[in-house]
Ligand binder design. Structure first.
Ligand code: BTN
Length: 326
């Protein structure tokens, strides 16, 4: 968690288009110059890209922060996460697929400014224009209990990062959307390559609407972080924080522990406790979402009697969500 002074420093730097001198920051915060240096390092640790100039002071990079971390390892946890930055590609899934076949190590992450053929779940197209955060992480689990859990882990990591960095009430919606005010801010696509008895690699594709402009037809169902904060926001901290979250869940999954993912997902869920309609490839089921099973399937209670498990499909929330008090 960031210290209070670090949060104040973010506000000072984000609200200024230009450099702010170290002595000015020290004066506003009422701290020493040494403390300013420590606070700057604190911001860099969580992923902010801070430019420093010996005479002018400091400035947070916002529009080009992803470009600036390109070619660098941004986090080392269970795996080492090195970011490749691209201006444009068809889909980051295609690029990572290619790199994986050439033997790229686990943790390789491709982030791209604009996708010409972004892919969504169930063969859908994904709109990915400039200003969003579009990336794919390569993992190489020897075997994995459930890809569904990995995808839930991605959603929880994004929702927690948005909450922590921007103080926004982001929630997860089954199976793997992140929503704000019932509108989609993030989608996740998991693709894997496996041989008969062995997993070769998994690609976690994450798309977050950050500073991008949404096409007209998505404006009533999708939302960007910028539209809530009111100004362009940096994407590198969101990338780093999400990767950090995915890494810690991934480690647990490899140890065979899934309870943490299910528990945390339920904590941030906007689906559990609600009346929903599940649209699966075979049937439509209406009832109350009562929880997840240990593999991440959604359990729906129909008319207070039978409980059915939904493994694949989409969910429509039928009743307004009211967060429980306390
Ligand atoms: C969905 O909700 O349908 C999933 C959307 C996933 C979009 C991301 S953007 C980065 C990665 N590259 C892609 O082509 N798709 C995923």
């Amino acid at each position: 968690m960031l210290s209070r002074d670090a949060v104040k420093l973010i506000n000072i730097l984000v609200s200024s288009d230009d450099f702010v001198s170290g002595s000015r920051i020290a004066q506003i915060l009422g701290v020493s110059r040494a403390t300013v240096n420590r606070l700057i390092r604190e911001l860099e640790d969580v992923g902010f890209v801070v430019e420093s100039h010996p005479r002018l002071g400091y400035r947070i990079s916002i529009r080009d922060d992803l470009e600036r971390i390109g070619g660098r390892e941004i986090f080392r946890g269970f795996a080492a996460y090195r970011v490749e930055y691209m201006k444009e590609c068809s889909s980051t899934q295609d690029v990572v697929d290619l790199l994986a076949r050439e033997g790229a190590p686990e943790g390789t992450t491709v982030v791209c400014e604009k996708l010409s053929r972004g892919r969504g779940r169930l063969g859908r197209r994904w709109e990915a224009g400039e200003g969003g955060l579009w990336f794919t992480i390569l993992l190489r689990p020897p075997s994995i209990k459930s890809l569904q859990l990995l995808s839930l882990a991605g959603g929880v990591s994004v929702a927690k990062s948005i909450r922590e960095l921007f103080n926004i009430d982001a929630r997860v919606k089954w199976p793997n959307d992140v929503i704000i005010n019932e509108r989609k801010v993030c989608g996740i696509l998991i693709e894997a390559r496996a041989e008969a008895d062995r997993m070769q690699y998994v690609m976690i594709g994450i798309g977050i609407n950050v500073n991008n402009t949404l096409p007209q037809d998505l404006q009533s169902t999708a939302i960007t972080i910028k539209s809530i904060v009111g100004v362009d926001v940096p994407r590198a901290p969101l990338l780093k924080s999400t990767i950090r979250g995915v890494d810690s869940f991934y480690r647990k999954l490899l140890e065979g522990v899934s309870v943490d993912i299910v528990r945390e997902w339920s904590l941030y869920s906007s689906t559990i406790g609600r009346r929903v309609k599940a649209v699966t490839p075979d049937v439509e089921i209406e009832g109350v979402a009562v929880g997840l099973d240990e593999d991440g399937a959604l359990m729906i209670e129909i008319e207070g009697r039978e409980v059915r498990k939904v493994i694949v499909g989409d969910i429509i929330h039928l009743r307004e969500y009211k967060p429980s008090s306390g």
